[in-house]
Design a protein around this ligand. Structure first.
Ligand code: UD1
Ligand code: UDP
Length: 364
């Protein structure tokens, strides 16, 4: 079997890492096409090194742009690639623009689409990711889901049950496969912060970054944190923090650093007293490493982290964030893991693929 895996943005790299080795052990010929949606070394190369991901066979150099420009550019390049290679399937992961571009290009050229992390829903159509997920799932021949609720979402949207495989959460497998590797990694110590003596923060969602009042509220809550804050800053967010109030003398309370690599980030999450984030992946990882999480968003697609008691969802209002953080800092650090958030996800994906991908009616 010959498949092409599309990646483009930071969370994609982390999700495909366990998969590439499982597929190659099973004799599946899988090659990576990197769209270039993320291109800074700290947003891309570091993950290939940290996670020992095979070098992409194709680098499409799409870069940044509006949604239409970025998605359209990636579609054009992927269409050329698929026409030349004619793989048995195109595997796309998650919900970023590169995922949508891959699904659209493949579905139209008659290459079956396999979607890993299918069926996840925030029910918020103002999120570009929700649009990407909905369309990708409609175009997919095989839908690999991370939670049982995702299966139910897909049934409700009319997807044939034979196409849905509940494989579990691939991000969880990445965490479990790397915890041993970071046992002695003391990233917080290198920044002069004691273990369990700081709050880790990440913010990059447009619903927060593109609204000065919301970003200002998050900044105000972080500045009031009872513990110092370690904040690896996404490039989207970096130019906006000064205006939000994280600047000058405040930088002693909230330490801004460039994006960190996966292994450093995992160690920072494990060792934090609590995490404040709007990231999808970080909500999952916080749950896996046993660190209470406060998610600053209007909704989350990772409701299972809330159900097990690992995560609190709050709006971008300073007082609400501060209250949730106070609760997280004294709250339990133990909970049960959602079903199939384990280290067998890539094995289930491989098994599903080897069972055969049924093309959608009308595909070549
Ligand atoms: C994208 C995804 C989002 C995901 C996030 C992971 C979409 C619609 N959004 O958002 O779902 O959570 O990736 O991090 O696909 N930039 C750089 N260097 C880079 C990459 C980006 O400076 O290597 C800057 C550029 O100014 C760019 C901006 O970040 O315009 C946003 O990048 P983009 O890929 O469009 O969206 P993200 O916010 O990263
Ligand atoms: N991450 C990282 N370094 C950072 C910030 C995040 O390695 O400085 C990792 C994080 O651990 C998780 C992934 O990036 O595995 C999540 O990506 P991001 O938050 O950018 O996107 P999302 O998951 O929200 O789509």
């Amino acid at each position: 079997m010959r498949i092409i895996i599309v990646v483009g943005a930071r969370p994609n790299f982390i999700k495909v890492a366990p998969l590439t080795s499982a597929l190659s052990s099973a004799g599946v010929h899988a090659r990576i096409a990197h769209t270039g949606q993320h291109y800074d070394a700290a947003m891309s190369d570091v993950f290939f090194t940290d996670l020992e991901i095979p070098e992409p066979a194709w680098f499409l150099g799409v870069g940044s742009g509006t949604h239409a420009v970025q998605t359209g550019m990636a579609m054009v390049k992927l269409e050329e690639l698929l026409a030349a290679e004619r793989p048995d399937a195109l595997l796309v992961v998650g919900d970023v623009n590169s995922t949508l571009a891959g699904a659209l290009a493949a579905a139209k050229i008659g290459v079956p689409v396999v979607h890993l992390e299918a069926g996840v829903r925030s029910r918020d159509m103002s999120m570009p990711e929700e649009v990407n997920r909905l369309v990708t799932d409609q175009l997919s021949s095989m839908l690999l889901t991370p939670v049982r609720l995702a299966d139910a979402n897909l049934f409700a949207e009319g997807v044939d049950a034979a196409r849905i495989h509940f494989v579990g959460n691939i991000m969880s497998e990445s965490v479990l496969r790397n915890l041993d590797r970071i046992e002695d990694r003391d990233v917080c110590g290198a920044y002069g912060l004691p273990r369990a003596g700081y709050v880790l923060a990440t913010v990059h969602r447009p619903e927060n970054t593109d609204y000065p009042q919301r970003l200002g509220a998050i900044a105000a809550a972080l500045l009031e944190s009872p513990l110092p804050v370690m904040f690896p800053v996404h490039p989207r967010t970096r130019p906006l923090l000064d205006a939000a109030g994280i600047t000058g003398t405040n930088l002693a309370r909230v330490r801004l650093v460039d994006p960190v690599g996966y292994l450093d980030m995992l160690a920072l999450q494990r060792d934090a007293a609590a995490i404040v984030t709007d990231s999808g992946g970080v909500q999952v990882e916080a749950c896996m490493v046993g660190t209470p999480c406060v998610t600053v968003r209007r909704n989350t697609e990772w409701t299972s982290t809330i159900d097990v008691g690992a995560n609190r969802l709050v709006p971008a209002v300073a007082g609400a964030i501060a209250d949730a953080l106070a609760g997280a800092l004294v709250g339990s650090r133990t909970w049960s893991m959602p079903e199939r958030w384990d280290d067998r996800v890539s094995a289930r994906v491989t098994e599903a693929l080897l069972g055969g991908v049924i093309p959608l009616v009308g595909c070549a």
